[in-house]
Design a protein around this ligand. Structure first.
Ligand code: SDX
Length: 430
């Protein structure tokens, strides 16, 4: 990756040569690892708008072109032709599996979908009205207290088992969080169901009536999992990497990622976006909200709009928009006012100079809530579904980091702007 090319930093008459590292594709990077040692200065980049925190082979995003590749495969092709567990294999191992590899992987995941029976007790400690993301942070973190045979991160086999367990059990835990919140009994995973159908069954079946997941809805659910599977070094993935860099328990690291994803600026935006669309309520009220979104003195933002990286359409939003039409049509939902508001809001915003000049486009969270709501999920389950989908991305990135011999604990510095040194004053003299 290193190249003879370099950048020179000249400071107080002193020059430091900084190597330029070349990517497969995308921006080159200035390697500043020796900067502090050679020039006694830090770089300053709150929010990491210009900082590459690592090198990775997993996901590539081109924000200007609106492109997203998992291991080089465009998301549009994977969403159309692949399915989530095959995408999990691809993200974890770097290549698409052959038939035998895929069957073996699906079997391994399927036979890890149950959680330890004692974990059911954790839910009893939560209030019924706890947000499912709160219960998921707690219960996934508690996995670190149960699966001691897959927490030695120095053992590649244990790292592998932890990855399979997390991919397999997150849907079960998310469904349990949902069932607990509505006072219904937990539903065990069924090994004869595919991954998405199993999740729908664990969420929507009840002992009182037979429930058969609709294959078309399961396909749409599976596509949503695929669209959310990984996304380079976003906030929650960076959280998992930073937590993992200290050698922390893999389950605890994923719990940290879930906590970060919950924020409305990140994965929590899918819940906030649908609630915003429902608050707008009708197409004629859109101009009022567009005005508020542009008002610097108004904290209101168009949730599901804008992105740190995409300055063009989020390719996932395009697929999600098509899927919204399909699912509503499948469910016989005509004239869905929320979808109408979403489409009109997108149209008006993309013709408005404020959004065009700031390159604000719908992101992955803008349409997903419409589909999930139509499927019968409450808004509080939108981010848990994002979290279970993203678990494979988090764990693939975590495995890549742990296996990297250059891996070291992440420890940023700061620009200190606090008080100078001063002596203690006793309270009687203050
Ligand atoms: C996800 O990083 C990832 O990859 C995340 C994700 C993933 O898969 O992991 O893609 C998932 O988190 C998608 C993003 C979901 N969040 C939202 O939809 C919340 C609404 N969007 C924003 O809060 C915002 O756009 C962010 C947080 C997504 C991005 O923020 P940035 O990159 O820090 O950009 P910014 O806040 O500096 O905004 C740039 C300008 C600002 O105006 P100025 O100060 O330059 O005048 O655009 C404005 C902002 O005020 N702006 C918006 C806006 N988003 C940005 N104005 C109105 N509505 C919005 N949604």
């Amino acid at each position: 990756m290193a190249d003879t090319k370099s950048a020179t930093l000249t400071l107080d008459g002193k020059s430091v040569d900084l190597p330029i590292l070349k990517p497969t594709i995308g921006p080159e990077v200035v390697d500043i690892r020796k900067l502090y040692g050679q020039a006694d200065v830090f770089t300053y980049d709150p929010g990491f708008t210009s900082t590459a925190s690592c090198d990775s082979t997993i996901t590539f995003i081109d924000g200007d072109k609106g492109e997203l590749w998992y291991r080089g495969y465009p998301i549009e092709q994977l969403a159309k032709n692949s399915h989530y567990l095959e995408v999990c294999y691809l993200l974890l191992y770097g290549e698409l599996p052959d038939e035998g590899q895929l069957e073996d992987f699906e079997n391994r995941v399927t036979h890890h979908t149950m959680v330890h029976e004692q974990m059911n007790n954790f839910f009893r400690g939560f209030r019924r009205d706890a947000h499912p993301m709160a219960t998921m942070v707690g219960v996934v973190g508690a996995m670190s207290a149960f699966y001691h045979d897959s927490t030695d991160i120095a053992d590649p086999w244990q790292r592998e088992v932890a990855a399979i367990r997390l991919i397999a059990k997150l849907p079960t835990i998310a469904a349990m969080a949902y069932k607990y919140s509505i006072g219904q009994p937990f539903v065990y995973p069924q090994n004869d169901l595919d991954y998405a159908s199993n999740f729908l069954n664990m969420c929507f079946s009840v002992p009182a009536t037979k429930y058969t997941p609709d294959p078309a809805l399961a396909r749409a659910m599976d596509r949503i999992f695929t669209l959310h599977a990984d996304h380079e070094q976003n906030a929650s993935t960076s959280t998992v990497r930073l937590a993992g860099s200290s050698g922390a328990n893999p389950f605890a690291c994923i719990a940290a990622g879930i906590a970060c994803l919950w924020g409305p600026a990140h994965g929590g935006a899918n819940q906030a976006a649908l609630e915003m669309l429902q608050q707008i309520g009708s197409v004629d009220r859109i101009p009022e909200y567009i005005k508020r979104a542009k008002d610097k003195d108004d904290p209101f933002r168009l949730m599901g709009f804008g992105h740190r990286v995409y300055k063009n359409f989020d390719p996932r939003a395009k697929v999600m928009k098509e899927s919204a039409d399909e699912v509503l049509d499948l469910l016989g939902i005509e004239n869905n006012e929320t979808l109408k508001v979403a489409k009109e809001l997108e149209k008006i915003a993309l013709e408005d100079d404020y959004f065009v000049s700031k390159k604000l486009y719908p992101n992955v969270d803008f349409y997903s809530g419409i589909i999930l709501s139509a499927m019968g999920f409450p808004t509080s389950m939108f981010t848990p579904i994002f979290a279970l989908s993203r678990t494979v991305g988090w764990i693939a990135q975590w495995k890549e980091m742990i296996a990297d011999p250059q891996n070291k604990i992440g420890r940023p510095r700061q620009l200190y702007v606090g008080s100078g040194k001063r002596d203690y004053i006793t309270v009687s003299d203050r």
